[in-house]
Design a protein around this ligand. Structure first.
Ligand SMILES: [Fe+2]
Length: 304
């Protein structure tokens, strides 16, 4: 079987009509921005009650933390993750969004997560990471993941919003063309049907479209440049409102044509030495939002 390349990915996008859907997208979003329309605005605090609250959790990555042994690293990460779940259960957000890398070794995805999921008392979505379904994506890797988490991509509708979590492992070359096509078709339907139903949408993936700036080179931490613009423009054309990601182990706030792209703190290892924890995204009816840090544990690396 031939390898499914990034170029072929783009060709697939065009074949199913995504490229055609982009016609005029810049004008639409530019007009919204000029008139103070529907781009989200970050505020110090919301004036009224949020219409949507999401716990944005990144890279629990059990076993990746810094410790004297692999066993201790796993135990530390598990302790912090359990505390994170306790805090989420107490806060009762509308949704807990896990932006991938649920464990450090994909072989261990079924070790503790079945019990952890049972302990989570709010609706949740999981976008698989590269440590959950390894590169290159194979059907067996997907089955290993879905055996624990149910689906490799999924969506929920809450309070007039649709939150869509995709599997960004398909951003990298894979031989599994049928699986790949299935996600593209599913995603297209999810996003476009949300727009036509009058729902606001949020898209999430493990890998972010870009890390520091849109015009950056391909690397381990971003979407390939061939896909990045097509993908982001497609989201803009279909009125995606926020993008939630993981993978970077660094807290980041960027935007693309008014679309906030957010990466939160983790409970395993933060390369920027932030404390361990997660973020709570709260949005009101006017698209004002806060994205506040919730501490799980102090990071000893800050003292160095
Ligand atoms: Fe990752």
């Amino acid at each position: 079987m031939a390898t499914f390349t990034r170029r072929e990915f783009l060709t697939t996008l065009e074949a199913i009509g995504m490229a055609a859907a982009l016609d005029g997208f810049n004008w639409a979003r530019a007009a919204q921005e000029t008139t103070g329309g529907s781009s989200p605005t970050k505020v110090a605090e919301l004036k009224g009650k949020p219409v949507l609250t999401i716990a944005h959790c990144c890279d629990p990555q059990l076993g990746f933390g810094i410790a004297d042994s692999a066993e201790q690293a796993y135990a530390d990460d598990l302790r912090r993750l359990k505390k994170e779940i306790e805090l989420i259960n107490a806060a009762q957000p509308d949704l807990a969004l896990f932006a991938g890398d649920m464990t450090n070794r994909w072989q261990e995805v079924g070790k503790d997560w079945p019990e952890l999921l049972k302990s989570l008392k709010v609706p949740f979505l999981v976008a698989p990471g590269n440590h959950d379904i390894p590169d290159p994506l194979k059907a067996s890797g997907v089955t290993n993941f879905t055996g624990v988490f149910g689906k490799e991509y999924d969506s929920v509708v809450v309070n007039g919003w649709k939150i869509i979590a995709i599997n960004s492992q398909y951003c990298r070359p894979t031989d599994e063309k049928a699986l790949y096509d299935a996600q593209v078709e599913w995603f297209r339907n999810e996003l476009e049907s949300a727009k036509s139903a009058g729902l606001r949408s949020i898209v999430a993936s493990h890998v972010p479209p870009f890390v520091k700036q849109f015009e950056e080179k391909d690397e381990y931490f971003n979407f390939p440049t061939e896909l990045r613009k097509t993908y982001l423009d497609y989201l803009i054309a279909n009125d995606a409102t926020f993008y939630l990601a993981g993978h970077t182990h660094t807290t980041l706030e960027r935007q693309y044509l008014g679309l906030p792209i957010l990466n939160a703190e983790t409970t395993s290892q933060n390369f920027d030495r932030h404390d361990f924890g997660f973020r709570t995204l709260k949005i009101d009816d006017e698209l004002n939002y806060v994205w506040d840090f919730v501490e799980v544990e102090k990071n000893p690396a800050q003292k160095k």
